[in-house]
Ligand binder design. Structure first.
Ligand code: GUN
Length: 292
């Protein structure tokens, strides 16, 4: 196998998905008059969040959908943010609502997530959608990053039944929903985290290894079973003599010779997150159009 064939090109996959979603959005509009609309709310000036929000707004518009950006000052109170969410919940022209995380410390994250209507929760973070996924129902929104990871995994291994999957990191944004999704695909899933006694030993058993730990270069060459699929969710900024670089949670050069397939950073999981956000927004708009 040539080296390139082992690289899972998330950028190209996401481009195709966004192209398909654009066609579907145009068709929905022609059929029903509905333009899928995403409200993106950001509180404060976190520079990384600002970049993510800009990219989400741009991608939404490129996909034939509408975006409404709300940028609130960093000293916004929880009550003010909840009032905006209530307005967006009640607005029938808004199909998806996303509040960029993290929110400033005077605002309780869970109060925000609880306030978003589950039918507009295109991030899939509301407890109702998390619960739907946890019990194996397919009528909720699935968080965008794990949904994108699953698409990439299935692009190289369509049938996952019986596979050993190991997830490193158990956040509500990636690790937990990822484990649920893989379980639904028939994998035997091990969830590991900071207090796992020997993460390397767990990782070595994985046919599919998902790494979302937020630690640059955590996964070394000898952590990986030959032929494993490795999905690197990490986005870490590191300073090198040649300048700042973005690297994943996997020591890519060490791991690459052993894997069956691997996502690069950048250009792997990252582009899929936004594409899946657009897919969820289209799904929300379709449901709203069917209900009217
Ligand atoms: N912050 C980091 N990732 C995400 C995400 O997927 N959605 C939101 N709303 N905030 C984030």
């Amino acid at each position: 196998m040539c080296a390139d064939e082992k690289l899972i090109d998330g950028k190209a996959f996401a481009r195709r998905l966004r192209h398909d979603l654009h066609e579907q959005a145009v068709a929905l509009h022609a059929r029903t008059g509905v333009v899928p609309t995403l409200a993106v709310v950001m509180v404060g000036e976190d520079p990384a969040s600002a970049v993510y929000v800009r990219n989400k707004v741009r991608a939404t518009e490129q996909a034939g959908m509408r975006s409404v950006a709300h940028h609130l000052p960093g000293d916004t109170s929880e009550a003010e943010l909840l009032a905006l969410i209530a307005t967006l919940n009640a607005d029938p022209s808004v199909h998806g609502i996303l509040v960029q995380l993290p929110v400033p410390q005077q605002i309780r994250r869970d109060a925000v997530l609880d306030a978003i209507s589950p039918e507009k929760d295109v991030d899939g973070f509301h407890i109702v959608n998390a619960g739907r996924l946890a019990v194996g129902r397919r009528d909720g929104f699935i968080p965008c990053t794990p949904l994108g990871c699953l698409m990439l995994i299935k692009s190289v291994r369509p049938d996952l039944a019986g596979q050993q999957a190991v997830v490193i990191g158990c956040s509500n944004i990636v690790g937990r929903p990822m484990a649920r999704l893989l379980q639904q695909e028939g994998c035997t899933v091990t969830m590991t985290h900071l207090r796992t006694r020997d993460v390397a030993a767990e990782a070595r058993r994985a046919d599919i290894l998902i790494v979302a730990a937020g630690r640059a270069g955590l996964v070394r060459g000898d952590w990986v079973k030959p032929g494993a699929i490795v999905i690197d969710v990490g986005i870490n900024r590191v300073d090198t003599p040649a300048g700042a670089r973005i690297v994943g949670d996997v020591a890519f050069d060490e791991v690459f010779p052993h894997v069956g397939a691997i996502t690069p950073v950048p250009g792997g999981v990252g582009p899929m997150t936004i594409a899946c956000l657009l897919q969820n927004t289209l799904q929300a708009a379709r449901k709203a159009a069917a209900a009217t």
